[in-house]
Design a binder for this molecule. Structure first.
Ligand SMILES: [Zn+2]
Length: 126
């Protein structure tokens, strides 16, 4: 017994589980799709048609690189960044579920050389 209203949920970030702001038009020559950035640092990009797939994911990587395509194409998923996606997104009501077929792609860069054990040096050497 599913409550229909319970099936439509606000989209959330797969990394930090916070609710997302609706994707917006991005400034930038290369940015074809709407997107945004989560407070945890994950960048997201909306594929409204579910047909753009790789191009949308690539844009999310470029967003995460601050628009630097040269850097973006050198990064590897799983090594340099984490990726995630949220399917069934409806941009009209900013909800997930039902028959919507938009997809939001997420990319969060991994911190370079993040070591759990650090020897004395705290941050600040920058
Ligand atoms: Zn997040």
């Amino acid at each position: 017994m599913l409550d229909p209203s319970d099936r439509l949920k606000p989209p959330f970030c797969p990394f930090c589980r916070q609710r997302l702001e609706p994707p917006v038009e991005l400034d930038g020559l290369w940015f074809e799709f709407d997107g945004g950035v989560c407070s945890c640092g994950a960048h997201y990009t909306l594929d409204p048609t579910a047909r753009n797939g790789g191009a949308v994911l690539l844009q999310a990587v470029v967003q995460a690189c601050g628009g630097d395509w040269d850097r973006a194409i050198t990064l590897s998923p799983g090594t340099d960044y984490e990726e995630g996606f949220l399917a069934g997104y409806n941009a009209l009501n900013h909800r997930v579920g039902g028959n919507a077929f938009g997809t939001i792609y997420f990319v969060r860069l991994k911190a370079p050389a993040e070591q759990p054990e650090s020897t004395g040096q705290q941050q600040g050497a920058n």
